[in-house]
Design a protein around this ligand. Structure first.
Ligand code: MN
Ligand code: MN
Length: 466
């Protein structure tokens, strides 16, 4: 077979699947919109560093758009908007559709918990005239990344009388920060022999919180005493109150632009606020959807989705039952007819660490929102692996709306792996596929995303639920 060069070019254009940088595909107006959208996203990141804060911040924004708390015995009709708050740690936002719930709902599910250092129930101690806090890390972290960075304390003390005291300290410029210290290179000869994974061990993630001793003759634990005195004056707590607290150390810095061209965002907790924010802001912009639209912001994804605020609980199932019931419909039928986007991040290929990825199937920054058909590890273990038919329907939706998108796979085969909430939603008989934003340095205290991808995520969520 022979052909001239022009024919080859035409044939290639017709037959090849060619990837192209999204910035080259969209007009300047779209890039500008993406940059504007990123400003709101960065604010949300700064105000929502824990799942509890994310629930609060999202509800506040939703209430401003007319959402009200769900009432089981109320009658809702098309266009009504409400939210279901699960223990202040997970939340679902609902806009009632024109069609019945039984005919199926459109769900986007993202998670609002992120890797961090949780305080242990007995955290406070003094050693060598310094006061420290013991931590138990939450989610998959590379422990060495969490030393020598400024940390802020977030969380709650739950008191025996039922009251809850919220804490946020270290976010404002004039507030003190905290730190996990590391060994100096001069004395690290032994530590340097450890593997990178063991470079800092779990029990070495101890947070420095004070050094002034309480002035007294009694020589033991005076720094700890001084810290407890300060805590008692500021918060009214005693040491025993740590027993029923949820306190977390998170990076103390704010979301910023990255690059001379300001094309990217650097911040803590973008996995998975980079999908959570687009999902719920898209729903806030939806007026009267055909199908009932639901955005779930879930907790506990980073520890396996177990627990009553995670998506491996019956929280979602019972919620769909409740919604079907309010229209005298059948919840089981509703589940069977429903569709979902599991809105979670994928790992963008990093020029410095290309070896970990298979570049033909890796996602790239600025190439748009990533559709991840399957995750898992060791031969697709522990993944829902979306059906070709469902992926085709999402593909059609994205192309019809002119959304920049790509496919992604989490690294080379047998090079590790990971999972999302997709499989738990699939277990309910719902069609689901992972879709989200590519991230660099995922799970690090400072993660990087591209503004265009974040905006494409918003546009996808809007198209899916409208
Ligand atoms: Mn995630
Ligand atoms: Mn994650």
């Amino acid at each position: 077979m022979s052909a001239n060069n022009e024919t080859v070019k035409d044939l290639k254009k017709k037959l090849f699947y060619s990837k192209k940088n999204g910035v080259l595909k969209v007009d300047d107006e779209t890039v500008k919109k993406a940059e504007e959208y990123a400003e709101g996203y960065k604010k949300f990141l700064d105000n929502a560093k824990t799942e509890r804060e994310a629930v609060k911040a999202a509800i506040k924004m939703a209430e401003e758009k007319g959402f009200k708390e769900f009432e089981a015995d109320a009658k809702y009709s098309s266009g009504d908007k409400f939210y279901i708050n699960n223990r202040g740690k997970a939340v679902a936002f609902v806009v009632v559709g024109e069609e019945s719930v039984e005919s199926g709902v459109n769900i986007t599910a993202a998670h609002i918990d992120s890797p961090r250092l949780d305080l242990k129930p007995n955290p406070l101690y003094e050693e060598l005239d310094l006061a420290l806090l013991k931590t138990h890390y939450y989610g998959g972290i590379r422990k060495y990344q969490w030393t020598a960075v400024p940390l802020a304390l977030h969380g709650v003390f739950a008191n025996k009388d039922g009251s809850v005291l919220e804490i946020s300290l270290g976010e404002e410029d004039d507030e003190p920060k905290f730190v996990v210290n590391d060994l100096l290179p001069h004395l690290a000869t032994e530590q340097n022999k450890r593997t990178l994974g063991e470079g800092i061990k779990g029990e070495e993630l101890n947070v420095l919180i004070g050094s002034y001793p309480f002035k007294a003759d009694d020589a033991s634990e005076l720094v700890k005493l001084n810290i407890l005195k300060l805590l008692n004056e500021k918060y009214g707590i005693v040491e025993e109150d740590f027993l029923s607290a949820e306190l977390e150390m998170v990076p103390a810095y704010r979301a910023v632009d990255i690059g001379f061209d300001r094309s990217m965002i650097g911040a803590y907790g973008q996995d998975d606020r980079v999908c959570a924010y687009p999902a719920f802001t898209a729903l806030l912009d939806i007026v009267s959807p055909q199908k009932t639209a639901i955005v779930i912001l879930a907790d506990k994804e980073e520890t396996g989705s177990e627990g009553n605020t995670g998506l491996n609980s019956d929280f979602l199932r019972f919620m769909i039952y409740d919604l079907a019931k309010m229209q005298n419909g059948d919840g089981t039928v509703a589940l069977r007819n429903s569709r979902c986007l599991s809105a979670d991040v994928n790992a963008g290929i990093d020029p410095t660490f290309q070896d970990a990825f298979e570049r033909r199937n890796a996602s790239m920054l600025n190439y748009g929102v990533v559709v991840t058909k399957y995750t898992g590890a060791r031969g697709k273990s522990s993944t829902s692996d979306a059906s070709a038919e469902y992926v085709a329907s999402i593909r059609a939706m994205l192309d019809n709306a002119g959304i920049v998108w790509q496919t992604g796979e989490l690294g080379k085969v047998d090079n590790g792996g990971g999972g999302t909430v997709a499989m738990y939603i699939a277990n309910l008989g719902i069609d689901v596929v992972d879709l989200g934003v590519p991230v660099l340095s995922m799970h690090a205290p400072f993660e990087t995303t591209a503004k265009l991808d974040v905006y494409m995520c918003y546009r996808t969520m809007y198209e899916f639920m409208k």
